[in-house]
Structures are given as C-alpha cells and as structure tokens.
Design a protein around this ligand. Sequence first.
Ligand SMILES: [Zn+2]
Length: 345
Amino acid sequence: MSPRIKACLDVVRFRSLSSRHYEHGSVSDSPQNSFCQMQQHHPMGVMSTLTLVLLSQAILISLVPCSPSFGEVADAPYFYIVAADPQLLFNQKDDRNWRTTVDHINRLRPDFVIVCGDLIQAPNDAAQWENPKNLEAYDKLAAMYNAGAKQIDPKIKLYNVAGNHDVSLAPTPKTLAWYESRFGVKPWYRFEHNNALFVVLESNLIRNPSGAPDEATAQKRFIDESVSLAKSQRYAHRTAYMHHPLCLQAVDEADGYFNIPRAQRLDLIAQFKDAGFEAVFCGHYHRNAYVKTDNIELITTSSCGAPLGKDPLGFRIVKVYSDRLEHEYIPFERMPEKIELNSER
Ligand SMILES: [Zn+2]
C-alpha cells in the first residue's frame, strides 16, 4: 500500500475510532458487534445509524485529497514561457527572430523557458544525417541557436524539446545522439519547479519508433514511470511538453502530418488524465490551437521564428497559481513591459 493511501486510511481510521469513542464511551475491538449491540440495547440506536452515515461521508471527504488532481499549495505565483519552432533558418534569412525572442525573455524574466521543438531546420529524413557535409550545415544551425540561447540570463533556465527538424521524423540512434550532443539535453526528461512536475517527451519516436526501437521502448518506460510518479506525489501542478500536438481540433480527429496518430494519442491522453495532468504543450503547427478534454488542455503554440497562420511571431506566457494555470499567446508586437500576476480570479 502506498504511504499516501495508508496516510488517508489512517485519517479515516482515526476519525472512526474517535467517533465510536464519543458514542460509546469506549473503543471496541469489534466495531460490527458493538454496532449490533448498540442497535439492540442502546436507547440511541437510531442515532447510531446517523453516525454511520456521517462516518461514511467523513471517509469520502478524507479520500478526496488523495486524488492526483489535488496537490500541496505552491509557493508565490510565478510565470514561465513556452515558445515553439524558432526553426533556424526556415523561412528566415538570419537569426533575428530568435534574438528577438531572447530579448523578450531577458526583459520579462520568467522563472524558466521551454522551447517546444524545431530549434533548427534540419531535414525530416534521418538518412541525411549520414552525409558529413550535411552534418556540417546542421552543426552551424545548432551553433546559431545556441549562440542566441547563451544570451539568455543564466538565472533563467532554458529547456529544449526535440522536433522533427532536430532529430528527423523517424529518429535513429545517430540523430538522437547528435541532438543530445549539440543541444546538451536528452530527448526526454523531466524536472520539478516549485513542487510542480514537468515532463518533456520526444514525439517523433512516439509517432514512428522504427528507426530507434530500443530508444522508443526506453521512452515508453520513462512515460510510465513519470505517470506513476505524478500519481504518487502531491504535486501542485503536472504538465507535459512535446513537439507534435496530440490533436488540433478534436481528440478523435484523423491522423495527419501535424498530430500524433490516434492510437498513441488516446493512450497518452488516458495516461495523462489518470495522473492528474492539467495540460500538454506542443508546437510544430506554426499556429495556435486548443483542445480541452475533461480536465486536461492540449495546447499548441505558434512559432517564434516563422508563423504559418494568422498568429504573428510570439510566444506563450504560462502563469502558475496555487489552484490553476493561466496561459496566453502574446505576439511580440504587443508584448507587455511586465507580466502581472494576480492570484484573484
Ligand atoms: Zn515540426
């Protein structure tokens, strides 16, 4: 039995014992017998039925805080930034938009930044990584991205997420190793901040594990572990991040270039829901999109490098309060001087 369930049951047991003690003047070893005796002999037999009803309600109330949707109250409100698809140099002559992104980050001073993949514009085809001349070009793009990232105040941590243009649409051990060595981060990992859990996944492997089946299995294990962890700890918030959107319009939409295939999508959503995740943040679409299913939001953020729809260049601000997350995509052209945090709804 997990310590948390045991703690809950202990609370229930303590309340039951306390109530019985109050009703009977002493605690019996055999509550069922004492209840029968009380029904037969106690002049307050009717009251004892009422007591049991109240006790059963106390049990329900005691169990509610054990649900993964509820957690400890976090520290003071804070905010972080979710950006997506700087994708150097897709539809861009230089790294100007990435530099602008970094300038806004340094001015606004979030607790941290997560970039939801396609950091650069390498090809979708993993075979291209076999050509040393191509690798030179990808190295240059990675160096350009890292040069901008280096300008971010070291107090503001940057968390990278891998996209299809960083590891290909069917990653191989080689493309995954290249990504890890160039961007200094594993393709999947998790971190905690102010008693909240953040899980980062590599969505190309979820869509197509054929080029790196062992790595795909390892990530699957990691997802299962992260879900177990999310369920067993009293986190204030639980969120996940990956490049491909789970879906763009509806949970049961058809499979396509821009989403996670239905089978894997439904499995992941079920796992996240079960573990009390509030949101999954993604990129790849170069437009904003939102789907809500039960208590979980599936949020796609437009590009800070090369948008393809009506949403201009920008990124998403995520405000974290003890009882909720609030998020908004803000275009660079109307980025405020300062992010206001207000715990009142
Ligand atoms: Zn992409």
